[in-house]
Design a protein around this ligand. Structure first.
Ligand SMILES: *Cc1c(COP(=O)(O)O)cnc(C)c1O
Length: 371
């Protein structure tokens, strides 16, 4: 088998038709307004309210700052129970708020926080649960809501991967007290860079607006030590143009996922997450597989290296676990992270993006099957 002529990365940003972006640029030039709550942002915000079926949204220049501001604005402190199987920004947002992460194990089906292991980690200092819809798979929403309610904890979702996902017919941002979405170029949906919060309590909007704009209430009043985390007009324009392609982006991701699953599910030693429950509209954001070395006859790392020989750059999301990174090694682990450790050792995330050709997906499958 021949290697790919051009490298295939795990993802590639979606570029909408240039003319559509240029049309919008003309308007920005006419407005001569580049940032600070401009008219394009205002219109984009309405489009997102519509898409997410809520008025309670707030836009940011990236997802990490959105999450940091969410934690600060909600007054989260002390300890927060969270997952080690995620992108580092989830835990960084806690640290920037001087909150101690308490790492909890994940469940083996979709790799989200395991509600059965959350409760034993609650202490008098626990103020919130920060769970991640990792790979876009919804967390165990009911079980987590039940625990949060019984222990009077805030329930916050890092929904960075979950744009476009729905549960019980409702956008996924409707669950929990608050959700953070990332619009980074590498995500399924993007605004170049960007972030958004959706939340239950409408009173939070004002606090978030202060915090993302230096705490300004008016020209002469600063009511809190805010930071600068505003979304600008270029981001809003890209976000608005890309939003029109959501159906296309979701359909393509699903198509790619289904080819992989069809071709690989019976390969010994390769496994996929179970299909989502009927009440879930999954966004197919990522294609994680687990590689069992004994059954497959090759380790995950060896397969990852093998792919490179074919010019395919799969990624080991999420390995290492966050508690393994130098900056979090001092965080004490009170209960074993058994499942998280197993998954981190076996997981490999395969390339998926809207313009990944069907032939290329098949070729990537051929590599796995042939080795
Ligand atoms: C991408 C990502 C973030 C950070 O979002 P940015 O917009 O890149 O700041 C946070 N959490 C998870 C799980 C992510 O994948």
């Amino acid at each position: 088998m021949e290697k790919f002529e051009k490298p295939i990365y795990v993802t590639k940003p979606f570029m909408p038709p240039l003319e559509e972006f240029c049309e919008g640029l003309k308007e920005v030039w006419e407005n001569q307004w580049l940032t600070n709550n401009g008219p394009v942002l205002g219109r984009y915000r309405e489009e997102l309210k519509n898409y997410f079926e809520t008025d309670n949204i707030c836009l940011f220049n990236n997802g990490t700052l959105a999450l940091q501001i969410a934690l600060q604005g909600m007054g989260i402190s002390g300890e927060v129970i969270t997952t080690p199987f995620t992108f580092v920004a989830t835990t960084h947002a806690l640290y920037w708020n001087k909150i101690r992460p308490v790492f909890c194990d994940i469940e083996p089906d979709y790799f989200t926080l395991d509600p059965e292991k959350v409760e034993e980690l609650i202490t008098p200092w626990t103020t919130a649960i920060l769970a991640v819809h990792v790979f876009g798979r919804p967390c165990k929403l009911n079980a987590l809501a039940d625990i949060a309610k019984r222990h009077n904890l805030a329930l916050i979702y890092d929904a960075a991967h979950a744009f476009g996902g729905r549960v019980n017919g409702k956008p996924i941002g409707h669950y929990g007290d608050l959700s953070m979405f990332s619009f980074h170029a590498t995500k399924l949906y993007h605004s170049i860079e960007g972030g958004m919060l959706t939340f239950k309590d409408p009173g939070l909007a004002q606090t978030f607006n202060y915090l993302k704009n230096f705490g300004f209430k008016s020209e002469t009043e600063v009511v809190m030590p805010g930071t600068n985390a505003k979304m600008n007009e270029m981001q809003a324009l890209m976000g608005s143009v890309v939003l029109n392609y959501m159906d296309h982006l979701l359909a393509k991701r699903k198509q790619v996922y289904e080819i992989y699953k069809e071709r690989l599910q019976d390969v010994p030693g390769i496994s996929f997450s179970p299909d989502s429950a009927p009440n879930v509209d999954y966004n197919y954001a990522y294609v994680p597989i687990l590689v069992d070395e004994k059954e497959f006859g090759m380790s995950r790392d060896a397969l990852y290296e093998k792919f490179k020989e074919y010019n395919v750059f799969a990624r080991r999301y999420f390995y290492p676990l966050l508690n393994e990174f130098a900056c979090y090694q001092s965080v004490s682990i009170s209960k074993p992270l058994t499942v998280a450790n197993q998954v981190a050792e076996k997981v490999l995330t395969l390339p998926t993006y809207a313009d990944l050709e069907e032939d290329d997906v098949n070729k990537i499958c051929d590599v796995i099957i042939s080795v």
